[in-house]
Design a protein around this ligand. Sequence first.
Ligand SMILES: O=C([C@H](O)CO)[C@H](O)[C@H](O)COP(=O)(O)O
Length: 187
Amino acid sequence: METKEVAYMAAMELAAALRSIDQKQIDQLVVSIKQARRIFVSGAGRSLLMLKGLAMRLMHLGYEVYVVGEVTTPAFLPEDLLILASASGETSSLINTANKASEIGGKIISMTVFPDSTLAKLSSGVIRIPAYTDKLPASEENQKGILPGGSMFEEAVLLLADSLIVELALEQKIPTDRAFEKHANLE
Ligand SMILES: O=C([C@H](O)CO)[C@H](O)[C@H](O)COP(=O)(O)O
């Protein structure tokens, strides 16, 4: 199969996955972002890369946002929000982070394929992304698509995150060209 045909099929699968996400779960994240004093994001591997993209866009909109594990990231406090992305919901470093955040009392919202995963159970809110991870056996809940590994999940997280930004920017009446004024200028 040609690469562009794979890309087209992946885009179709991605569209179907995004369309079947529960809007109420997304709304809960939007409300939590608006209510939080500060926002922290955490993930592992490619899931983390996607949330770093969200962190940058939230910074563009004026939110105080940190990536867990960076040397300049401060202490998490009860009025803060922790956003996690984990296809499996079983990545041990994230379970550790979620346990600590939960003990502190802050809000945790997780994006995952598995709403009954350890991470989901530690979270105040869950966005179930109907995608696939090779870390767990294929099943009705974990349906293998054309892309390898957790790629479909990760790409859904990225597109969902960018779409949240459109919604938040519109609500705050921030034209996206003005939001980019905050973008790093030492690059
Ligand atoms: O890097 C990843 C990729 O899917 C490997 O194919 C994962 O994002 C990383 O391993 C973390 O896993 P999850 O916490 O299950 O997303």
